[in-house]
Design a binder for this molecule. Structure first.
Ligand SMILES: [Zn+2]
Length: 156
């Protein structure tokens, strides 16, 4: 959820991928903000305010290595596309969503599919380092999160 938001999905989109409604997705975001020492904005606040309050948690998450070993390999494009469009069975969705959370290449692919991009051929990508382009997209998201976090820290 956090990494999906950091990678550029809206809270609604991230919730859709994880099969939770928008209200539940935002409730999770508020919980994370509280657990990481922040204070969530008022319930009436818009997503921009929520995202700004989440920025420190996103920055901390981006700075820490994945906590879990990868349980599964990078899925085929067809499976990743099913995940992105929330059509994957729940039993398959959870491990693939967890994998994507820890795999920048798969997260970038998830965001791309979600944005309507056609599945690109990525044969052999499972053992190869992610393409440079994917890193750029991912780190741009991380950099934006860090910038917002710094603004949050120094302006409050
Ligand atoms: Zn992967």
């Amino acid at each position: 959820m956090l990494r999906a938001a950091a990678a550029g999905l809206s809270f609604d989109e991230a919730g859709d991928v994880l099969r939770v409604d928008g209200a539940t997705a935002r409730k999770h975001v508020r919980t994370v903000i509280r657990l990481t020492g922040g204070s969530p904005p008022a319930a009436s606040a818009d997503d921009d305010a929520l995202r700004a309050a989440l920025a420190p948690a996103l920055a901390a998450a981006a700075a820490s290595p994945p906590a879990r070993p990868r349980a599964i390999r990078c899925p085929e494009d067809s499976v990743a596309a099913e995940l992105a469009s929330a059509r994957l069975d729940a039993a398959l969705m959870l491990p693939h969503a967890e994998h994507a959370a820890d795999c920048p290449a798969c997260m970038a692919r998830l965001v791309r599919f979600r944005r309507g991009g056609a599945p690109a051929a990525v044969s052999g990508h499972a053992d190869a380092p992610p393409p440079e382009r994917v890193d750029v997209v991912f780190w741009l998201g991380v950099a934006a999160g860090v910038a917002v976090a710094l603004a949050y820290l120094f302006l409050r």
